[in-house]
Design a protein around this ligand. Structure first.
Ligand SMILES: *Cc1c(COP(=O)(O)O)cnc(C)c1O
Length: 351
């Protein structure tokens, strides 16, 4: 039996730091959705989806883009497009495609993922080089390299542009395609000042999630060359990801691009403030946040992460238990500076 992730808490949740996926669409976003012009996407007749795809393709400097319900579907359709059964994908050992997609690369594409080690969710050019196998009858064909920007389980960390370009060059030289899981790419863009197009330049496919810090109820956009996106459409159709009047949701994503990108800087400021406040609390080691994710390691046996989370939940604050050692707190659209102060006080009350 699968355990429910989030049973209803006894005390209402006032401050939800569980994930940036917990954002609720704002009133203004919902109002934009009301007025969206829509049509049948499968027939190429939804002007709002077309506008969103054109906008994201331009943002990434790619020829074409495709609207999908979720980021997971972007990753898996990209994998289905780049790989054949028996192929090997190279990705960091904490990558979302390994840890959080139900084994989909194997289940759907018949591809296996070779997990690469490295600090903070990133692997080095040397690690990638060392993982390349000789092309022979014995080895699985290595056809895809995946990098996550920002690296979620690495701590919301930002790959330096030079490293991304270097690993992409190594992959291309070895005959592989490159795919960027850009679920939180705009967090990296806002934090670093480097453009989405620059980050995406060396990657054949790249996508952006609208349901994380950007605050839309659903939607993600996968971008790449015209020929790759044309091929990806076959998989979109096959797995039931081809939509009808999806422009209602694409309108929320367009709204998010206009109104919720620059403000990601507030989430980063709040994450830093939170990390600083929690650093003084005994029994917790705080990883310095680079974007909107704050990871805490429990350093003594006094309390497990589950104990911390339960006590906080009793105070109306929800955090995420990542492992038997780690907690994650995530800042977003619905978290204010005052919420941060209250959260720090609640952690002190546990102590
Ligand atoms: C959330 C996330 C995904 C999946 O996106 P969904 O829209 O939840 O399917 C993929 N990769 C990373 C790094 C994520 O954080």
């Amino acid at each position: 039996m699968y355990t429910p992730i989030m049973p209803n808490p006894a005390v209402p949740v006032r401050i939800n730091l569980y994930s940036d996926t917990q954002t609720k669409p704002t009133r203004a976003m919902r109002e934009t959705m009301l007025d969206a012009e829509v049509g049948d996407e499968q027939r190429g007749m939804d002007p709002t989806i077309d506008a969103l795809c054109a906008r994201v393709a331009a943002l990434f400097g790619k020829e074409a883009a495709m609207f999908l319900p979720s980021g997971t579907m972007c990753n898996e359709i990209a994998i289905l497009t780049h790989c054949r059964p028996g192929d090997e994908i190279l990705a960091h050992e904490t990558a979302h495609i390994i840890t959080a997609e139900g084994g989909a690369p194997g289940a759907l594409a018949g591809a296996r993922v070779l997990p690469l080690a490295g600090a903070k969710g990133m692997f080095s050019p040397d690690t990638l080089r060392a993982a390349l196998t000789d092309r022979s009858r014995y080895a699985a064909p290595q056809t895809l390299m995946v990098a996550e920007q920002t690296a979620n389980l690495g701590g919301g960390t930002i790959w330096p542009l030079a490293t991304l370009n270097e690993v992409a060059d190594i992959a291309h030289a070895a005959g592989m395609a490159t795919h960027m899981d850009g679920a939180r790419l705009m967090n990296a863009v806002v934090a670093s000042g480097i453009s989405a197009a620059d980050y995406a330049a060396a990657f054949d496919t790249v996508w952006l999630d609208f349901t994380k810090g950007l605050g839309a109820p659903l939607g993600a956009v996968l971008a790449g060359s015209r020929s790759l996106i044309d091929r990806a459409w076959l998989w979109k159709q096959r797995i039931g990801g081809a939509l009808r009047q999806g422009g209602v949701c694409a309108a929320a994503c367009l709204y998010a691009l206009d109104h919720h990108v620059a403000r990601l800087a507030d989430d980063h400021t709040n994450a830093k403030r939170l990390a600083e406040g929690l650093r003084e609390i005994e029994g917790l080691a705080v990883q310095a946040p680079e974007t909107n994710l704050v990871y805490l390691d429990v350093t003594n046996d006094k309390r497990t992460p589950g104990d911390w989370a339960a006590s906080l939940l009793g105070q109306g604050i929800m955090v995420s238990v990542m492992s038997s050692k780690r907690l994650r707190l995530c800042t977003h659209l619905d978290i204010s500076a005052a919420d941060i102060d209250e959260t720090i006080a609640a952690f002190r009350a546990v102590n």
